[in-house]
Design a binder for this molecule. Structure first.
Ligand code: APR
Ligand code: ZN
Length: 227
């Protein structure tokens, strides 16, 4: 919860407020002015109000909900699904570089091309990974990806840099392509890894691609508002 502090307001020790006495906490279904169903100490009747949607919960119920989830720095209101905080992933350590190459992509003949190079070496899984302490492999690195060097492509690049910094572009799991477990895989944000052709479906031309990419970034909480 400390990660999203500032987005939730500690209301009051609630027995001093009358209106709360008739509301139940939507998480534990106990009254907001009594103790949280999740914790029986004297602090557990503290209630928090989420600042965008205004829904109110026991502090310890929100904390229990956060701790039972991915603990990714974000929290979703269980009542109305509003999102608070900034979602982070568990992408393993590595590097992201990019430069412009003087060639154009199919479908973008008027622009040069941005080439992104991701490099992630194998390593040992941390506590945020599925099998802490176990090794993970990293296949096909460096992975080269392509965007048109136009306004849309440059915007996509800036958003991808943010997603990289939030550790959202790769994760560790079982590769859908190779079925290998404990390996570095793409994480729900599609990249174009083919340059001049489209034999894999991960190439150009694809007029929908940049819009889809912005949507996939948005699903991970990376939007133009972050630029
Ligand atoms: N290029 C881009 N994206 C791909 C590719 C590819 N060649 N292959 C699969 N994906 C997408 C899939 O569509 C899926 O949404 O990545 C997502 C995760 O698929 P996995 O197979 O689990 O991913 P991963 O093992 O990381 O990638 C497989 O991608 O870049 C290549 O060299 C890499 O051959 C490897 C392949
Ligand atoms: Zn809400």
């Amino acid at each position: 919860l400390s990660l999203i502090k500032g987005k939730i307001h500690k209301l009051i020790m609630c027995n001093s407020i009358i209106f709360l006495s008739i509301q139940d906490c939507p998480i534990c279904f106990e009254e907001l002015c009594s103790n949280s169903g999740y914790e029986e100490n004297k602090a557990s009747s503290v209630v928090y109000k989420l600042d965008k949607c205004g829904h109110v919960f026991h502090k310890s119920c929100l904390a229990a909900m956060y701790n039972s989830g991915p603990k990714d720095g974000s929290l979703q209101c269980p009542t109305c699904k509003a999102i608070y905080g900034v979602k982070h992933g568990n992408q393993p350590a590595g590097s992201m570089d990019y430069h412009v190459i003087p060639y154009s992509l199919p479908g973008y003949r008027e622009s040069e091309t941005i080439r992104i190079i991701y490099n992630i070496p194998p390593g040992t899984q941390g506590p945020e990974h599925p099998h802490p302490g176990k090794r993970y492999s990293a296949r096909g690195f460096p992975r080269h990806c392509y965007l048109p060097n136009n306004d849309e492509g440059r915007k996509a690049l800036r958003l991808l840099i943010i997603a990289w910094d939030r550790r959202l572009l790769f994760t560790i799991g079982t590769s859908a392509t190779t079925s290998e477990p404990n390996t570095v895989t793409w994480n729900e944000i599609h990249h174009k890894t083919e340059f001049g052709s489209n034999l894999t479906g991960h190439g150009y031309p694809d007029p929908q691609y940049l819009d889809n990419l912005l949507m996939e970034l948005g699903t991970q909480g990376v939007t133009e508002a972050d630029l």
